[in-house]
Design a protein around this ligand. Structure first.
Ligand SMILES: *Cc1c(COP(=O)(O)O)cnc(C)c1O
Length: 472
């Protein structure tokens, strides 16, 4: 492809993208496809000779969008959002064109320095103290893994990377029973083992916070049994129903015990740009490590996870590996972000954050998040007022869960509500997911898509009530 063709097809992609966004609301949120359907249409082997771009582009249009679940759809109310605001998409094209490898300052000077400043802009936006710095990782899973590795290395006095874990004391990490599965996985990958993630019981609705007395007792029990406590993970806005620990109470225990403390606020952290919601993570300023995902509620598009740390030294000591060819000469004091992350090679993520924050302004983003919270809470109240609906968990920010209980005569409520979720998603007007709560199936509703409007919540209400009342 020469430069003329590049220009032509970049324009074609821009035109397609604009049209896609303009017509998305008319499409079903989730496509009517079955597993293997697309795969069956793809050639078994790669082409030996070049194909013309028009054919490639035609195939894209014919095969791909219609078989996608549309995360930018205004009535995407499933999981948590993954917003790609137009300003961030434009930045992505620029970053993709330069395709910089942002591992060292000298491999990407502007990207490194923009990343330093963008992480700090976000820090200010969510009201964290100046003591925090950080980097952009691909996902919260990786940020949490990095924090768990620091817990391991600090507890072992930085011998784990060199010596491995056999012969070391048994390390223990504590989290509420409602934390995200990425915490479990981090322990697997860090070599600590699932059995050494101690799940602490949780308290009352609606936040279901970790019982900090039970945490203190679990730590004491482990110490007397000869095990070595290494760290605590605090959950702010859990994925299932928004479970949120009392950060202050948990971090106090961790501090007393000298344990490293990581906060998983992957989704809810974005809402902390609004001062009135900061109560939710009050006490967080005393944590050692915090993750929040701008690719969820803030609109940067995948993948952009902000990982804040109070003491970069312990992170760098854990993750920095410096063979001769990676040493940067004569550049003392520069940051090489590969030393802050599991990955060596890194994308230029800061560019889309820069475009996004400037194109919306923090105030613009606040308005959007406040709308989502208000509209979701209003929908929750509308459903609560219906005699055949039951609210299972009250809203945490813009997330709540409910189920249809009908006239009280439904024999198997779980099967009934699972069937209802499927019916809703096959219908296509909205997209929801289910969760298991207190041993029953509940239907999750979360609002967070950038283009959603108040009218979309009316459509959600109509769709849910209409399909719930349809004879099975
Ligand atoms: C989404 C989410 C994660 C995982 O985020 P990834 O970036 O997909 O790894 C972890 N914890 C919570 C609370 C989340 O909402």
């Amino acid at each position: 492809m020469d430069n003329n063709d590049f220009e032509r097809w970049s324009h074609a992609a821009a035109a397609w993208s604009t049209q896609y966004r303009a017509t998305l609301a008319d499409q079903p949120v989730r496509p009517a496809v079955s597993p293997g359907q697309l795969l069956a249409t793809l050639p078994q082997s790669p082409p030996e000779v070049a194909e013309p771009m028009d054919r490639i582009f035609e195939d894209f249009e014919a095969l791909i969008p219609g078989a996608m679940t549309h995360w930018q759809h205004p009535r995407f109310f499933a999981y948590f959002p993954s917003n790609a605001a137009p300003a961030a998409v434009v930045a992505e094209q620029l970053a993709a064109t330069m395709a910089a490898q942002c591992m060292l300052w000298q491999t990407s000077p502007a990207a490194t320095e923009l990343e330093i400043r963008m992480v700090d802009w976000l820090r200010q936006a969510v009201g964290l103290p100046e003591a925090f710095s950080g980097s952009f990782q691909d996902t919260a899973s990786t940020s949490t893994l990095s924090a768990v590795l620091v817990m391991r290395e600090k507890a072992l006095d930085y011998r784990g990377n060199a010596e491995g874990l056999s012969g070391q004391p048994c390390l223990r990490i504590y989290a509420s029973g409602r934390t995200h599965s990425s915490v479990d996985k981090a322990l697997w990958i860090a070599g600590l083992g699932q059995d050494n993630l101690v799940k602490i019981p949780t308290g009352e609705a609606p936040l279901y916070p970790m019982d900090s007395d039970a945490l203190a007792k679990a730590i004491a029990d482990d110490r007397s049994a000869g095990r070595l406590p290494a760290g605590v993970v605090v959950c702010i806005g859990g994925t299932s129903t928004g479970a949120t620990d009392n950060a202050k109470a948990v971090i106090d225990v961790a501090r007393r015990e000298g344990l490293y403390c990581h906060v998983d606020a992957a989704w809810a952290g974005a809402a902390m740009i609004c001062p009135e919601y900061r109560e939710l993570w009050s006490g967080v300023e005393d944590a050692d490590s915090i993750v929040l995902n701008p690719h969820k509620w803030l609109g940067t598009g995948m993948e952009c996870s902000a990982h804040f740390v109070r003491d970069p030294e312990s992170l760098v000591r854990t993750l920095s590996i410096q063979p001769e060819y990676l040493k940067t000469r004569g550049a003392d004091g520069v940051i090489n972000f590969s030393e802050w992350s599991v990955q060596l090679g890194r994308r230029f993520r800061a560019l889309k954050v820069w475009f996004l924050l400037r194109a919306y302004g923090i105030e613009g983003l606040r308005t959007m998040i406040r709308n989502h919270v208000d509209w979701a809470q209003a929908l929750c109240e509308r459903l609560r007022a219906e005699a055949d609906m039951q609210i299972v968990t009250d809203p945490v920010l813009s997330l709540f869960s409910f189920r249809h209980v009908g006239d009280g005569q439904i024999a198997d409520l779980d099967a009934h509500n699972l069937a209802l979720v499927n019916r809703i998603n096959d219908d296509g007007r909205i997209y929801l997911t289910q969760t298991r709560h207190d041993d029953g199936i509940a239907i999750r509703f979360q609002a967070g898509q950038f283009d959603t409007t108040e009218a979309d919540f009316d459509i959600a209400f109509a769709t849910i009530t209409e399909l719930a009342r349809q004879p099975a």
